[in-house]
Design a protein around this ligand. Structure first.
Ligand code: AMP
Length: 554
């Protein structure tokens, strides 16, 4: 087989575990095992002198060196306050995430004997602008060409669809991972994979189930020893309990009960945790996922999609039997547990493969026809069918892939905005509020414009405060939104009050936002550079990249 397509790897950068996949010479997505021959690598980073250790050893080290180990860093990406200090150096969440990416890629390189350069990385649908940008930066720091950041449920749907590409259906993807929960309705047919609606909670995942078990164990320790001490204040005990709780939780997926021992301050206590008790202390967490699912279904119904064909469960935490049971009870369907650890990375790899094949097709078309300055998508969408077909035939011959495989790369993937985006404005009563230009669940790419007016005469600057929020309303109170960046439009002196300023928001298909502001009387156009300190930038980014190149990662 003469495979001329550049390999694009798919990486699922998970809260608790990460994995990497590629599409093999037969067009099949495959998870690449790590150096311990495991399909997933714990997303845990241990700072051990000059060496960075990622994975199982790091996870184990958290017992002995809790302060030198970072877990669940994904919950902090895009948060400017998250700064981790080790050996007088400050690390942002992006940089710590880059170590995880580097480790999974390094192991894949060893396994395949091939360099990982181009990647598609996944993030929860629920991620906002800063978190997405930070995810991309993590990949760049690790030295990759990040082809795209795509949503986890979309990736799951792509992998699911690849199993049976011809059947038209609506799929509900319930993704309960280690730290996040997403629920998404996706419509699939042979032409397009289209996200209808998405919802979820950035801060709900398997870790919360672990925390409930830890709290129960603390109570049991106090009850059995008669102490009132908060044993979680001891970092060693706390780490121990977290690890035991997660193990116990996983055992309860298979068995009805599990013994757990707690050692603290020279005392040892034994607890037997029953599945029934476990389900009782975590019931409200399951209910939260059900409420989010209902809410999303209502929204989908408002958009004209009032039923679904398949309900698939992804994310490691969806293995807990209480999840499928509760879904069955609530929605009257039997959900399918679909390769919960591998499906997201596989979908990302298939998407990467699609991008690479699309590059190949466009190259073939450009060899024989003038495509001008058009983007790959435009070339494939606007070229006559015959020309695309001819390019597909040639590419299939050259690469050894079958024609249907090459043609399957033409499938369109359409996502939606997972948040609403707007600016801070004042109403006539001088109250500040958020005016949303783009509403959540709008298909992307999208563009929206609105005219606002300056407040006073001689106003020299207009401060544009860009806000992200989870409501679906056009105007919302300021407190509902989160500021994700600001931009300043400078005006000349001597202008009257009430000067119209046109603000345009553009959200690309990857969920990246760009903004322009135009002062319309003089047509002074400013392409606004959104300033955000939530994402690693400039000098700091370059330093992190340089540091990453010289780091040893195990
Ligand atoms: P993910 O982020 O999709 O890798 O999901 C990881 C989460 O799934 C962690 O909270 C794990 O504890 C949890 N998990 C993995 N396997 C199981 C299992 N067999 N039973 C319950 N939870 C699990």
């Amino acid at each position: 087989m003469t495979n001329k397509i550049k390999r694009v790897f798919g990486i699922d950068l998970g809260t608790t575990n990460s994995s990497i996949a590629y599409v093999d010479d037969y067009g099949k997505a495959v998870i690449i095992p790590n150096s311990d021959n495991q399909r997933v690598t714990p997303s845990v980073v241990f700072f051990d002198g000059d060496v960075i250790v990622v994975g199982d050893v790091a996870k184990e080290s958290s017992k002995l060196y809790p302060n030198d180990v970072v877990s669940f860093v994904k919950r902090s990406v895009g948060e400017p306050e998250f700064l981790y200090e080790y050996d007088s150096k400050i690390y942002r969440a992006e940089e710590i995430s880059s170590f995880i990416l580097k480790k999974v890629a390094q192991d894949a390189e060893q396994n395949l004997g091939e360099k990982v350069t181009d990647v598609v990385i996944t993030c929860p649908a629920y991620f906002g602008i800063n978190e997405r940008e930070a995810t991309r930066r993590a990949g760049e720091i690790a030295g990759f060409n990040v082809r795209q950041v795509i949503n986890e449920p979309t990736a799951a749907a792509i992998a699911y669809c690849a199993e049976d590409p011809l059947t038209k259906r609506s799929v509900l993807v319930y993704d309960l991972g280690g730290g996040t929960f997403d629920v998404t309705m996706i419509s699939i047919d042979s032409e397009a994979i289209e996200v209808i609606c998405t919802g979820g909670d950035h801060n709900l995942g398997g870790k919360d189930w672990d925390d409930r078990v830890v709290a129960y164990l603390v109570e049991e320790f106090q009850r059995q020893t008669g102490t009132t001490e908060d044993i979680l204040e001891d970092p060693d005990t706390c780490q121990d309990l977290l690890i035991s709780a997660e193990k116990a939780k996983k055992i309860l997926t298979q068995r009805e009960r599990t013994p757990i021992s707690i050692t603290h301050g020279g005392q040892r206590v034994k607890v037997e945790l029953q599945r029934e008790k476990f389900e009782e202390i975590t019931r409200d967490l399951v209910e939260r996922t059900i409420a989010f699912t209902r809410e999303m279904l209502n929204e989908a119904a408002r958009k004209g999609h009032d039923s679904f064909d398949d309900f698939i469960l992804v994310g490691g935490s969806s293995r807990m039997p209480q999840i499928a049971a509760r879904i069955q009870e609530e929605f009257g369907v039997t959900p399918k547990v679909y390769d919960p650890d591998g499906v997201v990375a596989k979908g990302a790899a298939i998407y990467g493969w699609k991008l690479a094949l699309n590059d190949g097709l466009v190259q073939k078309i450009a060899e024989n026809h003038d495509v001008g300055e058009q983007s790959n998508e435009e070339v494939l969408e606007l070229s006559p069918e015959m020309i695309v077909k001819e390019a597909a035939n040639e590419l299939a011959r050259e690469t050894g892939y079958t024609l249907p495989a090459v043609e399957s790369s033409l499938i369109k993937v359409r996502d939606v905005a997972s948040k609403s985006f707007g600016v801070v404005v004042r109403d006539h009563g001088e109250e500040e509020m958020v005016y949303n230009l783009i509403l959540r669940n709008t298909p992307v790419p999208t563009e929206a414009a609105k005219t606002f007016y300056t407040a006073v005469a001689n106003q020299e600057t207009v401060l544009i405060r860009i806000m992200e929020n989870e409501t679906g309303e056009e105007t919302v109170p300021l407190s509902y939104g989160m500021e994700i960046g600001t931009a300043v439009l400078h005006l000349p002196t001597g202008l009257p009050a009430d000067l119209p300023i046109d603000i345009t928001f553009k959200l690309n298909k990857e969920g990246r936002l760009s903004i322009t502001a135009v002062e319309s009387s003089q047509a002074r156009k400013v392409a606004v550079v959104v300033e955000t300190n939530a994402v690693i930038n400039g000098e700091e980014l370059e330093q992190a990249k340089a540091r990453s190149q010289s780091l040893v990662i195990h």
